[in-house]
Design a protein around this ligand. Sequence first.
Ligand code: 9D3
Length: 247
Amino acid sequence: MYRISVVSLLPELVEPVSRVGVVGRACDRGLLSIEQVSPRDFAPDRRRTVDDRPYGGGPGMVLKYEPLRDAIRSARSRLPEGSAERTLSAQGRPFDQELAQKLAVGPGLLLVAGRYEGIDERIIQGEVHEELSLGDFVLSGGELAAAVVIDAVARLIPGALGHEASSQEDSYTSGLLGHPQYTRPESVDDMRVPEVLVEGHHEAIRRWRLKQALGKTWLRRPVLLESRILSAEEQMLLQEFIEEHEA
Ligand code: 9D3
């Protein structure tokens, strides 16, 4: 069983992912367990203080060292040896599918979500060294980012997607944006499903989908194509797409 522990001040924000959908089912099937630990339960004072004013001044508050350290150590003590550990912060290295795949190897994952202006830097120095970000936009805290990481990792745990689907994309579409999808009806509001999909020739469909995936990636995320070696067939399909696009 893959074990995840989340240290955060707002477990209510993370919890829904562990109850529904792919992640919820993985928990129900006993493939995954998700535990929540709050630094508030480790604050020694009557008011259960977890934040304080930043040294050097400035707006907002900073998550205090000791309650966060103790919550992290408590969570760590109940995770398997060799579990990965990450904090979620706007200053982190960008999270991507390659890291999701590494984390999914297991045996467990400790996620620390910040709040307010951030966490005391000594937590990163002394406890959880690696920081992850979801990208260049500002969230109010790390909890939703932790939920995103849990979703991306959990669906890669063997068995989590059930028998019907595979998390291992076909190798030839990995690193590309998805191709367009259609379902019934064949015609609606004067828009038709592309004929090639209706005709049902598997090889023609495979080529059409690959061409659309390459073309959409070229249009929207050209950098993704730079780090990918294109086969002769892919180069030809992309060339066709570009010519049709420019026409
Ligand atoms: C507006 C405050 N910012 C000043 C430059 C710093 C800042 C502090 C705390 C920005 C964001 C946050 C809270 N964000 C996260 O904890 C976070 C996050 C994010 O904001 N964007 C993308 N990924 C992540 S992961 C955690």
